[in-house]
Design a binder for this molecule. Structure first.
Ligand code: FAD
Length: 426
Protein backbone atom coordinates (compact mmCIF):
# COMPACT_ATOMS: atom_id res chain seq x y z
CA UNK A 1 0.00 0.00 0.00
CA UNK A 2 1.42 3.39 -0.88
CA UNK A 3 0.80 6.90 -2.12
CA UNK A 4 3.05 9.36 -3.92
CA UNK A 5 3.16 13.15 -3.54
CA UNK A 6 5.32 15.87 -5.01
CA UNK A 7 5.79 17.52 -1.61
CA UNK A 8 5.65 15.85 1.79
CA UNK A 9 5.98 17.68 5.10
CA UNK A 10 6.98 15.32 7.90
CA UNK A 11 5.61 16.71 11.18
CA UNK A 12 2.46 18.75 11.75
CA UNK A 13 3.53 21.56 14.07
CA UNK A 14 4.10 25.28 13.69
CA UNK A 15 6.50 25.07 10.76
CA UNK A 16 4.23 22.65 8.88
CA UNK A 17 1.22 24.97 9.20
CA UNK A 18 3.10 28.01 7.94
CA UNK A 19 4.63 26.00 5.09
CA UNK A 20 1.16 24.81 4.05
CA UNK A 21 -0.13 28.38 3.85
CA UNK A 22 2.87 29.41 1.78
CA UNK A 23 2.44 26.44 -0.58
CA UNK A 24 -1.13 27.56 -1.22
CA UNK A 25 -0.07 31.19 -1.72
CA UNK A 26 2.47 29.99 -4.28
CA UNK A 27 -0.15 27.98 -6.14
CA UNK A 28 0.49 24.36 -5.17
CA UNK A 29 -1.81 22.07 -7.17
CA UNK A 30 -4.58 19.96 -5.70
CA UNK A 31 -3.22 16.64 -4.44
CA UNK A 32 0.46 17.56 -4.62
CA UNK A 33 1.09 18.21 -0.91
CA UNK A 34 0.84 15.83 2.03
CA UNK A 35 1.46 16.55 5.75
CA UNK A 36 2.02 13.63 8.11
CA UNK A 37 1.76 14.21 11.85
CA UNK A 38 1.62 11.96 14.86
CA UNK A 39 -0.47 14.59 16.65
CA UNK A 40 -4.25 14.08 16.34
CA UNK A 41 -4.97 17.72 15.41
CA UNK A 42 -4.10 20.05 12.54
CA UNK A 43 -1.06 22.34 13.04
CA UNK A 44 -1.49 24.88 15.82
CA UNK A 45 0.41 27.71 17.51
CA UNK A 46 2.38 25.71 20.08
CA UNK A 47 3.30 28.74 22.26
CA UNK A 48 -0.38 29.04 23.25
CA UNK A 49 -0.03 25.85 25.31
CA UNK A 50 1.90 27.55 28.12
CA UNK A 51 -0.10 30.80 27.93
CA UNK A 52 -3.79 31.11 26.97
CA UNK A 53 -4.38 27.34 27.18
CA UNK A 54 -3.59 27.26 30.91
CA UNK A 55 -5.77 30.19 31.97
CA UNK A 56 -8.39 29.34 34.61
CA UNK A 57 -11.03 31.35 32.74
CA UNK A 58 -11.70 31.85 29.03
CA UNK A 59 -8.86 29.46 28.22
CA UNK A 60 -7.77 29.14 24.60
CA UNK A 61 -8.92 25.91 22.96
CA UNK A 62 -8.71 24.60 19.43
CA UNK A 63 -9.81 25.46 16.83
CA UNK A 64 -9.08 29.03 17.97
CA UNK A 65 -5.27 28.78 17.77
CA UNK A 66 -4.60 26.72 14.66
CA UNK A 67 -1.77 28.19 12.60
CA UNK A 68 -1.41 30.79 11.27
CA UNK A 69 -3.25 33.10 13.69
CA UNK A 70 -0.05 33.82 15.62
CA UNK A 71 1.23 35.87 12.70
CA UNK A 72 -2.17 37.48 12.05
CA UNK A 73 -2.69 35.24 9.04
CA UNK A 74 -5.48 32.86 8.08
CA UNK A 75 -6.57 30.18 10.58
CA UNK A 76 -6.05 26.83 8.89
CA UNK A 77 -8.69 24.38 10.08
CA UNK A 78 -8.89 20.78 8.80
CA UNK A 79 -11.55 22.07 6.38
CA UNK A 80 -9.05 24.54 4.90
CA UNK A 81 -6.57 21.72 4.12
CA UNK A 82 -9.36 19.72 2.50
CA UNK A 83 -10.55 22.65 0.40
CA UNK A 84 -7.02 23.20 -0.88
CA UNK A 85 -6.44 19.58 -1.76
CA UNK A 86 -3.79 19.08 0.93
CA UNK A 87 -3.65 15.56 2.36
CA UNK A 88 -3.50 15.92 6.13
CA UNK A 89 -2.56 12.58 7.64
CA UNK A 90 -3.08 13.00 11.40
CA UNK A 91 -2.47 10.71 14.34
CA UNK A 92 0.09 8.86 12.23
CA UNK A 93 3.77 8.62 13.01
CA UNK A 94 6.53 8.02 10.52
CA UNK A 95 8.62 5.15 11.81
CA UNK A 96 11.33 5.04 9.15
CA UNK A 97 12.62 7.09 6.27
CA UNK A 98 14.72 6.09 3.28
CA UNK A 99 16.18 9.17 1.66
CA UNK A 100 17.74 7.19 -1.22
CA UNK A 101 14.41 5.65 -2.24
CA UNK A 102 12.56 8.85 -1.20
CA UNK A 103 10.05 7.00 0.93
CA UNK A 104 8.57 7.20 4.40
CA UNK A 105 7.00 4.29 6.23
CA UNK A 106 4.14 5.18 8.56
CA UNK A 107 2.99 3.47 11.75
CA UNK A 108 -0.11 2.34 9.85
CA UNK A 109 2.13 0.44 7.42
CA UNK A 110 1.72 2.82 4.49
CA UNK A 111 4.66 3.80 2.29
CA UNK A 112 4.52 7.44 1.24
CA UNK A 113 6.91 8.59 -1.45
CA UNK A 114 7.94 12.15 -2.25
CA UNK A 115 9.85 14.21 -4.74
CA UNK A 116 10.66 16.83 -2.09
CA UNK A 117 10.61 16.14 1.63
CA UNK A 118 10.43 18.90 4.26
CA UNK A 119 11.43 17.62 7.68
CA UNK A 120 9.55 19.61 10.34
CA UNK A 121 9.65 17.14 13.20
CA UNK A 122 10.47 19.75 15.85
CA UNK A 123 11.74 18.49 19.17
CA UNK A 124 10.68 16.50 22.19
CA UNK A 125 10.88 17.43 25.85
CA UNK A 126 13.87 16.00 27.69
CA UNK A 127 12.84 13.57 30.43
CA UNK A 128 14.19 13.45 33.98
CA UNK A 129 15.28 9.87 33.29
CA UNK A 130 17.87 11.26 30.86
CA UNK A 131 19.44 12.92 33.90
CA UNK A 132 19.31 9.77 36.02
CA UNK A 133 16.09 10.55 37.94
CA UNK A 134 13.02 8.31 37.72
CA UNK A 135 9.36 9.13 38.20
CA UNK A 136 8.30 10.92 35.00
CA UNK A 137 5.38 8.52 34.62
CA UNK A 138 3.73 9.56 37.89
CA UNK A 139 0.25 10.98 37.26
CA UNK A 140 1.06 14.36 38.87
CA UNK A 141 4.36 14.94 37.00
CA UNK A 142 3.79 17.04 33.88
CA UNK A 143 5.80 17.96 30.82
CA UNK A 144 4.64 20.42 28.18
CA UNK A 145 5.27 19.98 24.48
CA UNK A 146 2.01 19.05 22.79
CA UNK A 147 -1.72 19.29 23.20
CA UNK A 148 -1.96 15.97 25.05
CA UNK A 149 0.59 17.25 27.59
CA UNK A 150 -1.34 20.51 27.92
CA UNK A 151 -4.67 18.74 28.54
CA UNK A 152 -2.99 16.60 31.16
CA UNK A 153 -1.44 19.63 32.83
CA UNK A 154 -4.85 21.34 33.01
CA UNK A 155 -6.36 18.22 34.64
CA UNK A 156 -3.55 18.03 37.20
CA UNK A 157 -3.92 21.76 38.00
CA UNK A 158 -7.66 21.27 38.52
CA UNK A 159 -7.06 18.26 40.75
CA UNK A 160 -5.13 20.24 43.38
CA UNK A 161 -6.71 23.66 44.02
CA UNK A 162 -4.41 25.92 46.05
CA UNK A 163 -1.89 23.07 46.18
CA UNK A 164 1.89 23.19 46.06
CA UNK A 165 3.81 22.78 42.82
CA UNK A 166 7.49 22.47 42.08
CA UNK A 167 8.54 23.68 38.65
CA UNK A 168 11.82 22.10 37.61
CA UNK A 169 13.80 24.21 35.14
CA UNK A 170 14.25 27.97 34.81
CA UNK A 171 13.97 28.34 31.03
CA UNK A 172 10.98 29.78 29.23
CA UNK A 173 8.78 26.71 29.69
CA UNK A 174 9.48 26.78 33.44
CA UNK A 175 8.92 30.52 33.67
CA UNK A 176 5.71 30.53 31.63
CA UNK A 177 4.28 27.49 33.42
CA UNK A 178 5.13 28.98 36.83
CA UNK A 179 3.25 32.15 35.91
CA UNK A 180 0.24 30.16 34.69
CA UNK A 181 0.21 28.04 37.87
CA UNK A 182 0.20 31.19 40.02
CA UNK A 183 -2.72 32.55 37.98
CA UNK A 184 -4.45 29.22 38.82
CA UNK A 185 -3.80 29.91 42.54
CA UNK A 186 -1.19 27.14 42.87
CA UNK A 187 1.78 27.83 45.19
CA UNK A 188 4.95 27.58 43.13
CA UNK A 189 8.57 26.84 43.94
CA UNK A 190 10.97 26.95 41.02
CA UNK A 191 14.11 24.80 41.18
CA UNK A 192 17.01 25.11 38.76
CA UNK A 193 20.78 24.65 38.84
CA UNK A 194 21.80 28.00 37.38
CA UNK A 195 22.36 31.22 39.31
CA UNK A 196 19.34 32.84 37.71
CA UNK A 197 16.38 32.18 35.44
CA UNK A 198 16.61 32.17 31.62
CA UNK A 199 20.35 31.63 31.95
CA UNK A 200 20.97 31.14 28.23
CA UNK A 201 19.56 34.55 27.37
CA UNK A 202 19.23 36.87 30.37
CA UNK A 203 22.03 38.65 32.19
CA UNK A 204 21.92 38.50 35.99
CA UNK A 205 20.47 42.01 36.08
CA UNK A 206 17.64 41.26 33.64
CA UNK A 207 16.89 37.93 35.33
CA UNK A 208 16.77 39.68 38.68
CA UNK A 209 13.97 41.94 37.47
CA UNK A 210 11.79 38.94 36.54
CA UNK A 211 12.67 36.96 39.65
CA UNK A 212 11.72 39.90 41.85
CA UNK A 213 8.45 40.25 39.99
CA UNK A 214 7.76 36.51 40.39
CA UNK A 215 8.55 36.74 44.11
CA UNK A 216 6.04 39.58 44.41
CA UNK A 217 3.50 37.13 42.97
CA UNK A 218 4.41 34.54 45.59
CA UNK A 219 6.87 32.34 43.67
CA UNK A 220 9.78 30.86 45.66
CA UNK A 221 13.13 30.24 44.00
CA UNK A 222 15.57 27.49 44.92
CA UNK A 223 18.60 28.09 42.72
CA UNK A 224 21.96 26.43 42.29
CA UNK A 225 20.69 22.91 42.94
CA UNK A 226 18.83 20.13 41.17
CA UNK A 227 16.31 17.53 42.22
CA UNK A 228 17.71 14.16 43.14
CA UNK A 229 14.59 12.03 43.65
CA UNK A 230 10.84 11.97 44.27
CA UNK A 231 8.91 10.50 47.19
CA UNK A 232 5.74 8.65 46.17
CA UNK A 233 2.54 7.66 47.98
CA UNK A 234 1.08 4.15 47.72
CA UNK A 235 -0.76 5.13 44.50
CA UNK A 236 2.47 6.16 42.81
CA UNK A 237 1.74 9.88 43.09
CA UNK A 238 4.67 12.18 43.85
CA UNK A 239 4.37 13.65 47.35
CA UNK A 240 7.76 15.35 47.68
CA UNK A 241 10.72 16.49 45.64
CA UNK A 242 14.12 15.83 47.20
CA UNK A 243 16.90 18.21 46.21
CA UNK A 244 20.60 17.57 46.00
CA UNK A 245 21.22 20.28 48.61
CA UNK A 246 19.45 18.00 51.10
CA UNK A 247 16.14 19.85 51.33
CA UNK A 248 12.70 18.42 50.57
CA UNK A 249 9.67 20.15 49.08
CA UNK A 250 6.17 18.73 49.62
CA UNK A 251 4.10 18.80 46.47
CA UNK A 252 0.73 18.08 44.96
CA UNK A 253 2.15 18.46 41.45
CA UNK A 254 5.39 18.85 39.49
CA UNK A 255 6.06 20.51 36.14
CA UNK A 256 9.30 19.65 34.35
CA UNK A 257 10.81 21.97 31.72
CA UNK A 258 14.45 20.97 31.38
CA UNK A 259 15.05 21.43 27.69
CA UNK A 260 14.32 19.73 24.41
CA UNK A 261 16.01 17.42 21.94
CA UNK A 262 15.39 17.74 18.18
CA UNK A 263 13.62 14.80 16.55
CA UNK A 264 16.38 13.73 14.15
CA UNK A 265 16.25 9.98 14.87
CA UNK A 266 14.74 8.98 11.51
CA UNK A 267 17.63 10.55 9.64
CA UNK A 268 20.68 9.61 11.69
CA UNK A 269 23.21 7.98 9.38
CA UNK A 270 21.33 9.33 6.34
CA UNK A 271 21.73 13.11 6.59
CA UNK A 272 24.50 15.32 7.98
CA UNK A 273 23.68 16.51 11.49
CA UNK A 274 25.10 19.52 13.33
CA UNK A 275 24.32 21.23 16.65
CA UNK A 276 21.92 18.38 17.37
CA UNK A 277 19.82 19.16 14.31
CA UNK A 278 19.69 18.44 10.57
CA UNK A 279 22.31 20.56 8.90
CA UNK A 280 20.93 22.63 6.02
CA UNK A 281 22.33 25.29 3.70
CA UNK A 282 20.95 28.78 3.04
CA UNK A 283 18.18 27.22 0.92
CA UNK A 284 17.30 25.03 3.93
CA UNK A 285 18.39 21.99 1.93
CA UNK A 286 20.05 19.10 3.75
CA UNK A 287 22.98 16.94 2.64
CA UNK A 288 20.43 15.08 0.45
CA UNK A 289 19.20 17.45 -2.25
CA UNK A 290 15.57 16.23 -2.06
CA UNK A 291 15.33 16.72 1.70
CA UNK A 292 14.87 20.08 3.42
CA UNK A 293 14.56 20.87 7.13
CA UNK A 294 12.87 23.76 8.96
CA UNK A 295 11.91 24.85 12.47
CA UNK A 296 13.40 23.48 15.70
CA UNK A 297 14.99 20.48 13.96
CA UNK A 298 17.04 22.51 11.45
CA UNK A 299 20.58 23.78 11.98
CA UNK A 300 20.94 26.58 9.44
CA UNK A 301 23.51 29.27 8.64
CA UNK A 302 22.67 32.47 10.51
CA UNK A 303 24.27 35.09 8.29
CA UNK A 304 24.43 37.76 10.99
CA UNK A 305 26.51 35.47 13.22
CA UNK A 306 28.53 33.84 10.42
CA UNK A 307 27.81 30.39 11.82
CA UNK A 308 25.33 27.55 11.86
CA UNK A 309 22.75 27.65 14.65
CA UNK A 310 19.69 25.72 15.66
CA UNK A 311 16.95 27.92 17.12
CA UNK A 312 14.08 26.71 19.27
CA UNK A 313 11.67 29.55 18.71
CA UNK A 314 8.41 30.03 16.94
CA UNK A 315 9.42 32.95 14.72
CA UNK A 316 12.26 30.96 13.22
CA UNK A 317 9.87 28.05 12.59
CA UNK A 318 7.42 30.38 10.81
CA UNK A 319 10.01 32.18 8.70
CA UNK A 320 12.05 29.11 7.77
CA UNK A 321 8.77 27.48 6.68
CA UNK A 322 7.96 30.38 4.42
CA UNK A 323 11.45 30.40 2.97
CA UNK A 324 11.67 26.69 2.25
CA UNK A 325 8.54 26.78 0.11
CA UNK A 326 10.02 29.58 -1.99
CA UNK A 327 13.35 27.72 -2.16
CA UNK A 328 11.61 24.60 -3.50
CA UNK A 329 8.94 26.13 -5.75
CA UNK A 330 10.85 29.17 -7.04
CA UNK A 331 14.55 28.30 -6.65
CA UNK A 332 15.69 30.79 -9.29
CA UNK A 333 13.92 33.69 -7.61
CA UNK A 334 14.93 32.78 -4.05
CA UNK A 335 18.07 33.82 -2.23
CA UNK A 336 19.58 32.40 0.92
CA UNK A 337 17.61 32.49 4.17
CA UNK A 338 18.71 35.64 5.98
CA UNK A 339 17.22 35.39 9.44
CA UNK A 340 17.58 37.67 12.42
CA UNK A 341 17.03 35.55 15.55
CA UNK A 342 13.99 36.72 17.51
CA UNK A 343 12.61 35.38 20.80
CA UNK A 344 9.73 36.59 22.93
CA UNK A 345 7.80 35.61 26.00
CA UNK A 346 4.67 36.80 27.80
CA UNK A 347 4.38 36.18 31.52
CA UNK A 348 1.75 37.63 33.86
CA UNK A 349 1.34 41.17 32.54
CA UNK A 350 4.97 41.33 31.41
CA UNK A 351 6.15 40.90 27.87
CA UNK A 352 9.63 40.98 26.35
CA UNK A 353 11.28 40.66 22.97
CA UNK A 354 14.88 39.91 22.06
CA UNK A 355 16.61 40.22 18.68
CA UNK A 356 20.05 39.14 17.54
CA UNK A 357 22.80 37.70 19.70
CA UNK A 358 23.58 38.12 23.41
CA UNK A 359 27.36 38.37 23.18
CA UNK A 360 29.78 41.16 24.10
CA UNK A 361 29.25 44.10 26.42
CA UNK A 362 25.79 44.83 27.79
CA UNK A 363 24.44 48.37 27.86
CA UNK A 364 21.23 48.76 29.89
CA UNK A 365 18.67 51.46 29.30
CA UNK A 366 15.32 52.57 30.69
CA UNK A 367 13.93 52.31 34.19
CA UNK A 368 13.90 48.87 35.80
CA UNK A 369 11.65 50.17 38.54
CA UNK A 370 9.21 51.39 35.92
CA UNK A 371 7.51 49.38 33.20
CA UNK A 372 9.89 49.62 30.22
CA UNK A 373 13.58 48.83 30.17
CA UNK A 374 16.03 47.02 27.98
CA UNK A 375 19.59 46.27 26.95
CA UNK A 376 21.86 46.31 23.93
CA UNK A 377 24.73 43.89 23.31
CA UNK A 378 27.80 45.36 21.62
CA UNK A 379 30.43 43.01 20.22
CA UNK A 380 33.54 43.88 18.22
CA UNK A 381 32.39 47.49 17.92
CA UNK A 382 28.91 46.66 16.57
CA UNK A 383 25.47 46.48 18.10
CA UNK A 384 24.53 42.78 17.74
CA UNK A 385 21.60 42.25 20.10
CA UNK A 386 18.72 44.13 21.72
CA UNK A 387 16.24 43.30 24.46
CA UNK A 388 13.15 45.23 25.52
CA UNK A 389 10.56 44.65 28.24
CA UNK A 390 7.25 46.49 28.10
CA UNK A 391 7.70 48.21 24.73
CA UNK A 392 5.04 49.23 22.24
CA UNK A 393 4.88 48.03 18.64
CA UNK A 394 7.00 50.85 17.22
CA UNK A 395 9.64 50.33 19.89
CA UNK A 396 9.88 46.59 19.26
CA UNK A 397 10.12 47.28 15.53
CA UNK A 398 12.88 49.80 16.26
CA UNK A 399 15.03 47.33 18.25
CA UNK A 400 14.51 44.72 15.50
CA UNK A 401 15.60 47.20 12.86
CA UNK A 402 18.66 48.46 14.72
CA UNK A 403 19.83 44.90 15.40
CA UNK A 404 19.45 43.99 11.74
CA UNK A 405 21.52 47.05 10.75
CA UNK A 406 24.36 46.12 13.18
CA UNK A 407 25.54 49.76 13.43
CA UNK A 408 29.10 50.53 14.54
CA UNK A 409 29.10 51.77 18.14
CA UNK A 410 32.02 54.04 18.99
CA UNK A 411 30.87 55.39 22.32
CA UNK A 412 29.15 53.03 24.75
CA UNK A 413 28.39 55.86 27.18
CA UNK A 414 26.57 57.74 24.45
CA UNK A 415 24.58 54.61 23.57
CA UNK A 416 23.63 54.28 27.22
CA UNK A 417 22.62 57.94 27.39
CA UNK A 418 20.41 57.66 24.31
CA UNK A 419 18.93 54.34 25.45
CA UNK A 420 15.86 53.22 23.54
CA UNK A 421 15.95 56.55 21.71
CA UNK A 422 19.00 55.29 19.81
CA UNK A 423 17.01 52.44 18.24
CA UNK A 424 14.00 54.64 17.58
CA UNK A 425 15.98 57.28 15.68
CA UNK A 426 18.35 55.03 13.69
P1 FAD B 1 6.76 21.54 16.43
O1 FAD B 1 5.81 22.67 16.51
O2 FAD B 1 7.17 20.87 17.68
O3 FAD B 1 6.16 20.44 15.45
C1 FAD B 1 6.76 19.20 15.22
C2 FAD B 1 5.68 18.23 14.79
O4 FAD B 1 6.26 17.04 14.26
C3 FAD B 1 4.79 17.78 15.93
O5 FAD B 1 3.46 17.81 15.50
C4 FAD B 1 5.26 16.36 16.18
O6 FAD B 1 4.28 15.57 16.79
C5 FAD B 1 5.57 15.91 14.77
N1 FAD B 1 6.46 14.75 14.64
C6 FAD B 1 7.69 14.58 15.18
N2 FAD B 1 8.20 13.37 14.82
C7 FAD B 1 7.28 12.78 14.05
C8 FAD B 1 7.22 11.52 13.38
N3 FAD B 1 8.22 10.63 13.42
N4 FAD B 1 6.09 11.22 12.69
C9 FAD B 1 5.08 12.13 12.61
N5 FAD B 1 5.09 13.31 13.22
C10 FAD B 1 6.17 13.64 13.93
N6 FAD B 1 8.77 29.97 21.09
C11 FAD B 1 8.84 31.33 21.17
O7 FAD B 1 9.57 31.94 20.38
N7 FAD B 1 8.10 32.03 22.08
C12 FAD B 1 7.29 31.40 22.97
O8 FAD B 1 6.63 32.06 23.79
C13 FAD B 1 7.20 29.98 22.93
N8 FAD B 1 6.39 29.31 23.78
C14 FAD B 1 6.37 27.95 23.75
C15 FAD B 1 5.56 27.27 24.67
C16 FAD B 1 5.52 25.88 24.68
C17 FAD B 1 4.64 25.17 25.67
C18 FAD B 1 6.31 25.13 23.77
C19 FAD B 1 6.30 23.63 23.79
C20 FAD B 1 7.11 25.81 22.84
C21 FAD B 1 7.14 27.20 22.82
N9 FAD B 1 7.93 27.90 21.91
C22 FAD B 1 7.98 29.28 21.96
C23 FAD B 1 8.73 27.18 20.90
C24 FAD B 1 7.95 26.98 19.60
O9 FAD B 1 6.68 26.49 19.87
C25 FAD B 1 8.73 26.04 18.69
O10 FAD B 1 9.93 26.70 18.34
C26 FAD B 1 7.94 25.67 17.44
O11 FAD B 1 6.78 24.95 17.76
C27 FAD B 1 8.80 24.86 16.48
O12 FAD B 1 8.03 24.48 15.38
P2 FAD B 1 8.33 23.12 14.59
O13 FAD B 1 7.28 23.00 13.56
O14 FAD B 1 9.75 23.06 14.24
O15 FAD B 1 8.12 21.96 15.69
Amino acid sequence: MGRAFVYVILGGGVAAGYAALEFVKKGVSYGELCIISDEPVAPYERPALSKGFLLPEAAARLPSFHTCVGANEERLTPKWYKEHGIELVLGTGVKSADVKRKTLLTTTGETISYKFLIVATGARALKLEEFGVSGSDAENVCYLRDIADANRLVNVIQSCPEGNAVVIGGGYIGMECAASLVINKINVTMVFPEEHCMARLFTTKIANYYEEYYKSRGVNFVKGTVMSSFDFDSNGKVTAVNLRDGSTLSVEMVVVGIGIRPNTGLFEGQLTLEKGGIKVNGMLQSSNSSVYAIGDVAAFPVKAFGETRRLEHVDSARKSAKHVVAAIMEPDKTGEFDYLPFFYSRIFTLSWQFYGDNVGEVIYYGDMSGSAFGAYWVSKGHLVGAFLEGGNREEYEAIAKVTRLRPAIEDLTELERQGLGYAVTV
